[in-house]
Every structure is written in structure tokens, then in C-alpha cells.
Design a protein around this ligand. Structure first.
Ligand code: SF4
Length: 753
């Protein structure tokens, strides 16, 4: 393979007073290249960032950047960022402490709970930022292993778990098709708003630019969403849909293809198993049958199916809205059923598979087959919710803490997570955390969750860390590789993040506070280098590297492109490994070596889809006649970035979007406070009247609600907003994945008195 890279010899260029560094933005999944200008501080104590802008020479982002990328400076300089460990004192308050004092408190806290209740009484929660962080990607697993508990939770079960499961069952491993936006003729997006999110589970900088170029070359974009999002505004066609009915729409489209003889498996025909089972399972879910629940008329559904089949190349892509709903796994599965039966799977311009330089199970082992995915190997203690990928659904976390009995959680470890803000029934979880015997958090803020911690262990800022997108490049729209060195040095005494996690693992295991994090580093490296040839190990050892750099180096050297970390260090703007190429059958990791089009756990849930058509209420009742959905803004990133003034200033964004007809009926006008209530809670939020939302549907963005006592986020507190997860209900979930329903929550809306 021909590799292209820039010729800049190092990651920094010097000038008399300033220097320029390059790194990948770690804030979202777009992986934009940043050009960072630094100068010496006037007090002579190190350097400061002067400016951050898009790196024009970055091989993937070509200079694109969103408003968040330039705020790494503000995040680094934020006076509210935790820079020293915090330990709760006898007065009940968090106080700065030395690292030795903090580690001693962690050991006391964890040991106390384990001795009294066993390891099953300790839980861990992993937040979304960990997926953007090489230290966490490599060293969180040892923490979980050392804790030795089944109580593992993460943000994945309020996010993409249905897609991980549907693709794991169909293709094996983490083998997720992505839309080949750069070459497609027809793009069908469901529950996705890349103009705000910059893409998700489909890594690429400048999604909007890529779509605009597709439209310019005559392509078609159809957006299915209950809201006329910014992406829908740019689309060739916006199809407003009732929340939670994407699976119904996709099933009806598949039926049209079956009925009208439009099924064409294309190049994967010999690999597909289960086509007849799919046809049988979906029979009856016709456009006419689903039109009343979806809100999309049958003629439109039939036309959409025919257009999809007729396009020279096409890709169906579903994201957060299709995952965070009651039929999350079925909808995610049907996305790829449609990609397959229209002959667009593994085809340029269709839905393709990335070939990452490191870290992919589908570039290791025997090409074309593997262990597949087994789910529901165990269930949660209180409600029996299903395990998947070694985790339990986070919807079960609060009840596992507040329900007495054998296995009740008494201690919690959070890694870069804010579940009080991010997960269902926040009020219950908030109360449960306050009742724990011990809690330790690795985090950079005292936020809605970490305010309950007994110890907070700070991580360095993003500018102080190495970076490689181990997770995100598994689902990239183009094969690239790039390594970022730290731009600024660690603060005095601040361990690197991987060292914090390694030490935490050692203490959790009982090795004591004096144990050396290098032990864990050697174990992680040893496991990944186990099958590396001797000369590769020798070459890596000769570099003298430690931590993530050593591990990524050996992964690169044993990966599919024969790269080294030095190659990446010599290419500060990244290395372009080329457009996606067909990867089947080699990328399959199913036991049969087939594309399992009809996985049994998913087909078992299809009768519920039929039943929901017959029922037709979508969960609405006379008491709660509206369905609540979320939304995202370009200047927001879950709950992480509301303490950055430049991102939150201006018109308040935490509003209740309401259709004009509904507003008139309820006597609500723009800006009026409205009370929104679900089964589990209520919030009061200002109204935003817009015809860009389906009547009977209302929307509040997630990640807000920063006014709880003890939250030390001064800017965010001034723009507090409300926490929409006070309304989300832990009893509403996708039964296959346990993923929470965050879109389609039945609520009432009334004027606040
Ligand atoms: S889109 Fe924005 S936040 Fe995301 S990686 Fe690019 S600059 Fe960073």
C-alpha cells in the first residue's frame, strides 16, 4: 500500500517567540487536526496557548474545525478544573490533598467496603470521554479487572449499545459498517444530526462539508427525524417521524423490497445467511400497516424504498435516535438489513468497514470467522436486565445501589463519567450516590456526579496527554492514523492519566499504595505483545518507551499496515491509509463465517414490533400525551463543556421545543415557563415554539442542569438549564440491549403556574 504523509519532520515548528504544535482534537468523534500556537509565559514559567485553529495539512480534516476545538485552551486554563486530588474530610467537604493522602484514602475506602461486603459490592462507571482517551482506553480495563466485580456500567447503554449488539451479532466483534459518504449517491439518515454532532459511530471531520459535496455532485440526502434538525434543513427531503418508530419504517421499506422483487445482495450474496427468516419475520409490517404509527404515509415509504434500491450507490445510517429508543437493537439491525438487501454492504459508496491501523479484532486472528457475540450471559440482580459486552445497563445502577440484599453496591468508581447528568431517573441515582459507603472518581471537575465522591483523582488536561483514537478509527470513513504528543507538560506531581488508572488498579487489587504503576503497564503491554515476533518486541523495547506509546507502537508494528510509532511521529498531520475498500469476507468474525442477517435474539423481539403497531399508542396516555426527545447543539458536548463561557454565552439553549399547534392548545408562548412531567419526575423549562418538530412531540437537550449544591462549575451554573434525565425513566429500555429510552418518553406539558 502507498502511504501518503506530509513531510514536516516533527510535531512542532519553532519561531523566535512562538512555536506551533499539532494534535488531534479529542472532544468528539470527528478527530479533527488542530494547529496550536504557543508562546512563553511572561513570568517565564512555561508556555501558554495563544491560538488553536484547524490544521490545514491534516490528512483527514484538511483544516476543518468546529467551535469546540479551539476551546481546549479554555478547558486547560479553567480555574474550576481539578488540578490536585480532593479528599473528603471529617467536615464533609472536599479538600485538596497530596497524591499520597489521596491514594491512602482510596485504599481505606475500597478495602473497607470489600472487607465488609465483598468485591461484588463495588461498582464501576465509565463515562464517554474515556473512548476519546488513549490512557483510559488501555488502562481502564485493568481497573475493572482488579475490582473483580460484575457491577460494570458505562455511558454505552445510554448511547450506542444497540448498534454494537446488532452489528456484533451480524458480523462478529466490533465490526460496524459506516456510510461511505464521500462516494455515495443516496444517503438515508435516521436519528442523526451530524451538523450538530459532527458524526458518531462514523468518524470523519466535516460531515457537513462531505454531505454538501455529495449534494453538489447530484446525490440525495433524506433525513428521518421527529425534529427538523440542522441536518434536516440541509437535506433533499425531511421525513418527520414519530419517536421510536424508525424500526417500523425500516421494516416496511424492507417489505417493499421483498414484495417488489427489489432485493439484490450484490457482492455479498454468497455470504448472507437468514434472508428468508428476515422476510418471514417482517411480513405484515407493510407501509400501510406502519403509516399510522410512524406518521409517514404509505406512498412515501414505498417511494423511499424504491429510491434506495434504485440508487447506483446508497447507504442507510442510523444513530443516537435509532439507538436510544424502545426498539433500539431492532432498528439498528434493520439499518444494516437494508444496506445488505440493496446490495450496498461492503461496496464503495455504500456501507463499508474501516481497516484501522491498530486495535481491531477484525484485523487479527483467522480472517473470515471468529467467536461472534454472545449477549445476556448474566442479568442484573434487581430487575434481571441483560448483560452485554461485559456490562450491565446503566438504567439498573440506581436500583442496584438503593435496593438492599446480597450484591448491593456500596462503593462506586467513576472514570470520566457524569451518570447523574447522563442516565435515566437522575434524581434516584443522585440520591443513591449520596448513600454510598465510598466513591472515588477520576475526573477533572466537581460535577453533578463527582460532588458525591470521597476522593477525586484529577487527570491531566487534554493538552497534557498523548493521543491516539484507538476506538474512533475503528469506524472511520477513511483509513488514517495519527499520534499526538502532549502539547504542554504535566503539572508538578501530576501523574499521567494511565499512571493514575494503573495505580488505582493496583490498589483495587490489594497491592497497596506503594505498588508501581509500571507493573500494570508491563502487564498490558505484555498481553498485547504476546504474539508479536521477537524482533518486533526487541525493536519496541529498544525505544525505551513506556505507557500508551509503547503499547501503540507494538500494536502498529503488528497491525495491517506495518507502521511504527516513529512513522506517526514523523507525520504530525497524520498518515492517510486510503479510502475504504471492500473487506468481506475477511472482516467477518461470526462463528459461521457468514453475515448473520437474522440473529435469533433480534428476531425474538420482532413480534413486539408487530404488537406496537396494533397498540399504536407509542406509550402515550391521556395523562402523558406528548413524547419527549432530546437534541444536541454544535457548541455542546453532552455535559462536558458547559463551563466554557464562549460555548454557552448567548441565547439560552436549554429550551422546550414545542409545535405551534400544541403551544396554542396549551396556552403557551415563546419563553413561557412550562412544566414537563414524566412518570419519574418533572422540570420547568422555557418554551421555544417551532414548526420544526412533529406535533405531539417535545424536545429538551441533554447534558444540562448544573445548579445542584456542591457542583463547582461557575460558568455552567450561570447557564444551568435543566437535566432532562430527571424525566427519563429507568423502566423504559430496549429489552435486547438494556439501552435506555431517551427518545420517546411519555410526558405531560403544562404552563407553569
Ligand atoms: S468537530 Fe469540533 S469537537 Fe469534534 S473533533 Fe473537530 S474540532 Fe474537535
Amino acid at each position: 500500500m502507498t502511504l501518503t504523509s506530509t513531510t514536516t519532520p516533527a510535531s512542532t515548528t519553532e519561531s523566535t517567540a512562538t512555536r506551533t504544535a499539532f494534535r488531534t482534537c479529542p472532544l468528539c468523534e470527528a478527530t479533527c487536526g488542530l494547529e496550536i500556537t504557543l508562546r512563553p509565559k511572561t513570568d517565564g514559567r512555561g508556555e501558554e496557548v495563544v491560538r488553536i485553529r484547524g490544521d490545514q495539512a491534516d490528512v483527514f480534516s484538511l483544516g476543518f474545525i468546529c467551535p469546540k476545538g479551539s476551546t481546549l485552551k479554555q478547558l486547560h486554563d479553567d480555574p474550576d478544573r481539578v488540578r490536585r486530588p480532593l479528599v473528603r474530610g471529617a467536615d464533609g467537604q472536599l479538600h485538596e490533598a497530596t497524591w499520597d493522602e489521596a491514594w491512602a484514602a482510596v485504599e481505606r475506602g475500597l478495602t473497607g467496603v470489600v472487607d465488609a461486603h465483598g468485591r461484588g459490592a463495588v461498582a464501576a462507571y465509565l463515562g464517554n470521554p474515556g473512548a476519546h482517551n488513549i490512557g483510559s482506553m488501555l488502562f481502564a480495563r485493568p481497573v475493572l479487572k482488579a475490582l473483580g466485580t460484575h457491577h460494570v456500567y458505562s455511558a454505552s447503554t445510554v448511547d450506542q449499545r444497540p448498534k454494537e449488539i446488532s452489528t456484533g451479532l451480524m458480523f462478529g466483534g466490533f465490526t460496524v459498517p459506516v456510510p461511505d459518504v464521500d462516494r455515495t449517491d443516496f444517503l438515508l439518515l435516521l436519528g442523526a444530526n451530524p451538523w450538530a454532532s459532527n458524526g458518531s459511530l462514523a468518524t470523519a471531520p466535516d460531515w457537513p462539508g462531505r454531505i454538501e459535496r455529495m449534494l453538489e455532485r447530484g446525490g440525495t440526502l433524506v433525513v428521518v427525524d421527529p425534529r427538523r434538525s440542522r441536518t434536516a434543513e440541509a437535506a433533499s427531503q425531511w421525513l418527520p417521524i414519530n419517536p421510536g418508530t424508525d424500526a417500523h419504517l425500516l421494516a416496511a421499506m424492507a417489505n417493499v423490497l421483498f414484495e417488489e422483487g427489489l432485493v439484490d445482495l450484490g457482492s455479498v450474496a454468497d455470504l448472507v445467511a437468514g434472508l428468508d427468516e428476515v422476510r418471514a419475520a417482517l411480513a405484515g409490517l407493510t407501509p400501510e400497516a406502519v403509516a399510522p404509527v410512524t406518521g409517514i404515509d404509505a406512498v412515501t415509504i414505498r417511494c423511499l424504498a424504491r429510491e434506495l434500491a434504485a440508487a447506483p450507490t446508497a447507504a442507510v445510517y442510523g444513530r443516537i435516535g435509532t439507538c436510544t429508543q424502545s426498539f433500539g437493537t431492532v432498528a439498528s439491525w434493520l439499518v444494516d438489513v437494508l444496506n445488505t438487501v440493496t446490495g450496498n454492504l461492503d461496496k464503495p459508496g455504500g456501507a463499508m468497514f474501516a481497516k484501522p491501523a491498530v486495535g481491531s479484532a477484525n484485523t487479527r486472528g483467522t480472517p473470515g470467522s471468529g467467536r461472534g457475540l454472545v449477549i445476556n450471559r448474566r442479568q442484573s440482580r434487581v430487575r434481571g436486565l441483560p448483560e452485554s459486552l461485559g456490562e450491565l445497563p446503566v438504567s439498573a445502577l440506581a436500583e442496584e445501589i438503593d435496593t438492599p440484599g446480597e450484591g448491593q453496591i456500596r462503593a462506586l468508581v467513576t472514570l470520566a463519567g457524569n451518570p447523574v447528568s447522563s442516565t435515566p431517573n437522575s434524581a434516584r441515582l443522585d440520591a443513591a450516590l449520596a448513600d454510598l459507603d465510598f466513591m472515588v472518581s477520576v475526573d477533572i471537575y466537581v460535577n453533578e456526579t463527582t460532588r458525591h465522591a470521597d476522593v477525586i483523582l484529577p487527570a491531566p488536561s487534554a493538552l497534557q496527554k498523548q493521543h491516539y483514537d484507538l476506538a474512533l478509527l475503528q469506524v472511520a470513513l477513511r483509513n488514517v492514523a495519527n499520534w499526538s504528543e502532549p502539547v504542554l507538560p504535566l503539572d508538578p506531581d501530576q501523574p499521567d492519566e494511565w499512571e493514575v488508572l494503573a495505580k488505582l488498579a493496583l490498589i483495587a487489587q490489594g497491592a497497596g499504595t506503594d505498588a508501581d504503576p509500571a507493573i500494570v503497564d508491563d502487564l498490558v503491554y505484555g498481553a498485547l505483545a504476546e504474539h508479536a515476533p521477537d524482533d518486533v518486541r526487541a525493536a519496541v523495547d529498544a525505544t525505551g518507551r513506556r505507557g500508551p506509546a509503547r503499547i501503540v507502537d507494538v500494536m502498529l508494528r503488528t497491525g495491517p499496515y506495518d507502521l511504527t510509532l516513529d512513522d506517526l511521529l514523523d507525520a504530525p498531520h497524520g498518515i492517510d491509509l486510503g479510502a475504504l475498500e471492500p473487506r468481506l469476507p475477511d472482516a467477518l468474525r461470526t462463528p459461521t463465517g457468514k453475515i448473520e442477517l437474522a440473529p435469533e435474539p433480534i428476531l425474538a423481539d420482532v413480534p413486539r414490533l408487530h404488537e406496537s403497531v396494533r397498540d399504536g399508542t407509542l406509550g402515550r396516555t391521556d395523562e402523558r400525551p406528548f413524547l419527549l426527545v432530546g437534541r444536541r447543539h454544535l457548541r455542546s458536548n453532552n455535559s462536558w463543556m458547559h463551563n466554557v463561557e464562549v460555548l454557552v454565552k448567548g441565547k439560552p439553549r436549554c429550551t422546550l421545543q414545542l409545535h405551534p399547534d400544541d403551544a396554542a392548545r396549551l396556552g403557551l408562548a415563546e419563553g413561557d415557563p412550562a412544566v414537563v412531567a414524566s412518570r419519574v419526575g418533572s422540570v420547568t423549562v422555557p418554551v421555544e415554539v417551532t414548526d420544526g418538530i412533529v406535533p405531539g412531540v417535545v424536545s429538551i437537550p441533554h447534558g444540562w442542569g448544573h445548579d445542584a449544591p456542591g457542583v463547582e462549575l461557575r460558568v455552567a451554573r450561570e447557564h444551568a438549564g435543566v437535566n432532562t434525565n430527571i424525566l427519563s425513566d429507568e423502566e423504559l429500555f430496549d429489552p435486547i440491549s438494556g439501552n435506555a429510552v431517551l427518545n420517546g418518553i411519555p410526558v405531560s406539558v403544562a404552563a407553569a403556574s
